[in-house]
Design a protein around this ligand. Structure first.
Ligand code: FAD
Length: 440
């Protein structure tokens, strides 16, 4: 039976739900406070995608973009060592876990002793003997890596950078369970899982633009500049939403695809105090993100990704300039969870990015900077802290017609693009299953 659905928030999570629900014949309307769709994706540099991002690739293919994505090249994962050398983790075209075992054996970024400890841990994990401890989600990744024999040099030189890239936090602030699960998906599942893809053109061309076209074709109603200010409830259901202009809207279903700190102010106090589901959202902390974008007068053939340790920025992406002349390139120096960087002057951040870039890409000639800018987000993504998983909500709320999506919800992934898309998919499935159940 066709249902009317109001989706609050036009980020990737909300738009994925909108697409899947409209395809099932539901009447969908998206409310977005900004004058454009896409949410956080719009601020972001070219994203780092993994082959293991199954929901992301499945959505991109569903949008008919498989031919475009097949042309995207794999980006090598490189670590800048304290010696100044760049060491690559080799992506070997072998079935899993052989590719990772051999890649680890050959990886010069870890000492022989660290490699040996890691390989013996991987072998035991593969055989599930002994099973992984069940308190990993509440332990810090730093402490857990120490417990499996990883030295301080390995933790600082390799694992810390990888944790920042994959889960968005340094090792002491990362949940061991989330880091472990993400590593397993990246390195121990499928021959292609370790493949990293950094599309230089960003996601607009092959995700956001085709998604908007498809929503249009399916008659999804999109209302921009529409800020939701309140959700109203009866005992078990949402009854209406109020917008900033005081107008109200009603539907059979309401789907929140807002960040957690934007959802709770919309709820009456009694709802927050009565339901642990909503109360615990205040325990989720968001991490900051600062990036410097530099436009250089030197070209680059292939996209590069270098993880840094002991520098201002945590990783650098250098990619060919897709929009301007071929003789130029773009560099993104990025740092997560370093709130001290937020108030720094643009000139200082640019200068530090130039220094980190020179360390990552030493060359005979220094490139000239054609232009540069700084992007600062105080709340970029929900932090992957030890214990945080228990506060991330599932899609179905205590109210029968309210679903909750967003990268920060309980998907088993860090709060990334894959998580946002997966959460949107789960909400669409929950709604379809529930309306089927009601009509039978
Ligand atoms: C800088 C940056 C870099 C990133 N890099 C990567 C990467 O390399 N790889 C990766 O996988 N992921 C990356 N991510 C994460 C990924 O972009 C996000 O997880 C994803 O886009 C979040 O989507 P979402 O729909 O859950 O939330 P959002 O994008 O936050 O969408 C929420 C929407 O709700 C709207 N909204 C808020 N309040 C209201 C209101 N009251 N009324 C109406 N609308 C409202 C907002 O305007 C927004 O459009 C990055 C994120 C950032 C910020």
């Amino acid at each position: 039976m066709s249902q009317s659905v109001l989706i609050l928030g036009g980020g990737v999570a909300g738009l994925t739900s909108a697409l899947l629900l409209a395809e099932k014949g539901h009447a969908v309307r998206v409310l977005e406070q900004n004058s454009h769709l896409g949410g956080r994706l719009c601020h972001a540099p070219p994203p780092v995608l993994l082959d293991a991002h199954e929901a992301t690739w499945s959505l991109i293919n569903r949008l008919g973009q498989d031919a475009v994505t097949r042309r995207l090249r794999h980006t090598p994962l490189e670590f800048l060592q304290s010696t100044g050398a760049r060491i690559q983790f080799l992506h070997l075209p072998l079935p899993s876990p052989l590719n990772t075992l051999l890649g680890t054996t050959l990886f010069q970024g870890l000492s022989m002793r660290d490699r040996w400890h890691l390989l013996s841990f991987l072998e035991r994990t593969w055989e599930q003997d002994p099973p992984l401890p069940n308190d990993l989600d509440s332990r810090a990744a730093d402490e857990w890596l120490t417990s499996i024999g990883q030295s301080e040099a390995a933790r600082h030189g390799v694992w810390n950078s990888l944790a920042r890239l994959l889960v968005g936090a340094a090792l002491p602030e990362s949940s061991a369970g989330l880091f472990m699960r993400t590593l397993r998906r990246c390195f121990l599942t499928g021959a292609r899982a370790t493949k990293l893809i950094v599309p230089p053109q960003g996601l607009d061309a092959f995700l956001l633009a085709p998604l908007k076209t498809e929503l249009d074709r399916l008659n999804v109603q999109v209302t921009l500049n529409a800020t939701v200010t309140q959700l109203r409830f009866s005992q078990h259901r949402v009854t209406e939403v109020e917008l900033a202009d005081r107008s109200t809207l009603t539907a059979d279903w309401y789907l929140s695809a807002l960040p957690p700190h934007r959802l709770t102010p919309l709820l009456p106090e009694r709802v927050i105090t009565h339901y642990a589901y909503f109360q615990q959202l205040s325990r989720l902390k968001e991490a900051s993100w600062v990036a410097v974008r530099l436009h250089l007068d030197q070209p680059v053939k292939q996209t590069q990704l270098v993880l840094l340790e002991g520098k201002t920025f945590h990783w650098i992406i250098r990619h060919p300039d897709e929009t301007r002349q071929e003789q130029t390139s773009v560099v993104w120096a990025q740092a997560v969870g370093e709130s001290d960087l937020l108030p720094r002057a643009k000139e200082e951040l640019v200068q530090r990015a130039v220094e980190d870039m020179a360390a990552a890409f030493p060359g005979a000639t220094t490139p000239r900077i054609l232009d540069g800018d700084v992007v600062r987000l105080a709340s970029a993504m929900v932090a992957s802290r030890p214990g945080a998983h228990q506060y991330r909500p599932i899609a179905t709320s205590p109210f029968t017609n309210l679903l909750v999506a967003g990268a920060w919800t309980d998907t088993g992934w860090p709060a990334n693009l894959e998580s946002a898309i997966l959460s949107g998919r789960r909400c669409a499935e929950a709604l379809s299953a529930s309306s089927l159940h009601q009509s039978s």
